[in-house]
Design a protein around this ligand. Structure first.
Ligand code: HEM
Length: 482
């Protein structure tokens, strides 16, 4: 949960003095101190932090301070890999959404300086709502005597999806399946697409958020299973989703999950300038959503190895371990997705391409509709930083208000959406296992009611999809006509 303290910006002055500016939601206090009175503190630029993004020099900036994580690498309870992915950037919002004050006390041992100026938006001080909702949710787990990540029942779902994958794979490619019914391989391709989307909600989501058990090895196992079976990179997903979308939900031009670049593929917010082709978005959004998986399969490894960035998010140089994992999981994927069907099951290349296409289209549409619709609609908030890069509301409030929940208490919808119908709860507590969302949602809703935070909720999934289509159609009109 969010652990914001007073914002501190330290700006080095040419005369050897440090100018320290403290900002809170209501006050701005200025004080000046000399370098000699703060011997260990030096001013570090964001460019220096960005260059320190490797195992040999892993720095990170959080709330105006810069930390050297070298001595934390082997001790981090969340594992070395996660720290190395986060290094070389201002990771304030991501760090605060996953850690507590207790963790920050440990982190303070590694401070090496003050950040001159961040290049990422900063959120306002923590509100009473943020403090209370966290305390009450953690108290719930304390009363139950369980860790928020503890949910052994998830293994049943992971295994079930693995079995569906195996069955649909055989249905798509084995000779026996087409002998049973000539339509069976095509139906199996649809099931395979659904299953891959579901593995995105379960294996990928839980593994990358570290939301299943406290053991980073288990997170890694989930990630590698997903990569082997689907051919997609979980590393890119951690950058896009974990370091981009979650900390900066719905911030136009910053949240990489929302199609809001200029010129972007779609226009979903008034701050995006108008281009004539947006007039056609009410026709092309569906085909656009349907190609997501294919384009990711084709291009995302280039983001890691060639561009070293995914949209606006810099990607760190991959470690040897990461490269070895990438090579292994991709080999497994190519072996079972292409070599086995072509050379063992002896199906034609055209048939292989058609079956994969059906599977990928189903997968893309299922996944994209759910994650786009729950953030892109008229009901949610669209936080906007001011000229100083400050977002004046607190992070926790905006996480709730920038999400649209749907179909609470419908267990089947919860299963089919990987609990993302509890989107606000997921955003507030990304490290809590999804198994617990239905139980903690009433606590969150009650805290929202008490503190006047808007909780957006639709009765059914169709209500949410309807709200999404309405927004797409609205922004397909030139601004002057609306
Ligand atoms: C900016 C990047 C990060 C920094 C600087 C950081 C730092 C820390 C620190 C200092 C601690 C306390 C260590 C201790 O008590 O000895 C901690 C704990 C932890 N971190 Fe991180 N971390 C980062 C990213 C992550 C990520 C991306 C994850 C997982 C996805 C993660 C998962 C954890 C977990 C599970 C704990 C234990 C929490 C607990 O005490 O209950 N961390 N981290």
């Amino acid at each position: 949960m969010h652990r914001a303290s007073t914002l501190i910006q330290v700006v080095s002055e040419g005369d050897g003095h440090l100018q320290i500016t403290k900002k809170s939601s209501n006050v701005a206090v200025k004080s000046t101190t000399t370098k000699s009175s703060q011997k260990s503190i030096r001013t570090i630029t964001i460019e220096e932090v960005e260059a320190a993004n490797t195992e040999r020099k892993p720095w990170v900036a959080i709330r105006g301070k810069v930390y050297d994580l070298t001595n934390l690498l082997d001790k981090h309870p969340g594992g070395q890999e996660m720290l190395l992915l986060a290094a070389g950037r201002d990771a304030t919002a991501m760090y605060e959404s996953m850690h507590t004050d207790k963790n920050t006390k440990v982190l303070n041992k590694y401070v090496i300086g003050n950040l001159k100026k961040s290049n990422m938006p900063q959120f306002a001080e923590r509100s009473q709502f943020s403090i209370e909702v966290e305390q009450r949710v953690l108290q719930y787990f304390k009363n139950k005597g369980i860790d928020p990540r503890h949910a052994p029942g998830m293994v049943i779902i992971y295994t079930f999806l693995g079995l569906v994958f195996a069955a649909s794979f055989l249905g798509m490619f084995s000779e026996r399946a087409s002998q049973i019914n000539f339509l069976l391989p095509w139906f199996s391709a649809l099931v395979m697409g659904w299953c891959c989307a579901m593995m995105g909600f379960y294996h990928l989501h839980d593994g990358c958020h570290g939301a299943f058990s406290r053991n980073p090895t288990n997170w890694s196992i989930l990630r590698r299973i997903y990569e082997c079976l689907t051919g997609l990179s979980t590393t890119v997903w951690i950058y896009q989703h974990g370091f981009g979308h979650h900390p900066f939900t719905n911030v136009v031009g910053i949240d990489p999950d929302i199609l809001s670049a200029d010129p972007g593929i779609m226009r979903v917010h008034e701050d995006q300038p108008w281009w004539d082709f947006y007039g056609l978005q009410k026709y092309y959004w569906l085909p656009l959503y349907s190609q997501l998986v294919l384009s990711r399969k084709c291009f995302e490894w280039m983001d890691v190895f060639y561009y070293r960035a995914h949209k606006n998010i810099p990607i760190n140089p991959p470690t040897w371990t990461e490269m070895a994992w990438g090579a292994t999981t991709m080999s497994v994927y190519v072996a079972h997705h292409f070599i086995l069907p072509l050379f063992v099951f002896k199906i034609s290349i055209i048939r292989l391409i058609l079956l994969h296409t059906i599977s990928d289209l189903t997968w893309s549409l299922y996944l994209t509709l759910i994650f786009q619709a729950s953030h892109v609609n008229d009901e949610v908030a669209w936080p906007k930083p001011n000229e100083d890069g400050l977002i004046t509301a607190d992070w926790a409030k905006l996480q709730v208000e920038a999400s649209l929940d749907f179909a609470h208490d419908d267990a089947m919808t919860t299963f089919l959406c990987g609990s993302l119908n509890y989107q606000a709860v997921h955003h507030l507590f990304p490290y809590v296992c999804q198994w617990h969302y239905p139980a903690i949602a009433p606590i969150v809703k009650d805290a929202c009611k008490k503190h006047g935070v808007r909780y957006n909720l639709k009765d059914s999934i169709w209500g949410m999809i309807g709200a999404h289509i309405k927004r797409i159609n609205l922004f397909a009109e030139p601004p002057t006509l609306r």
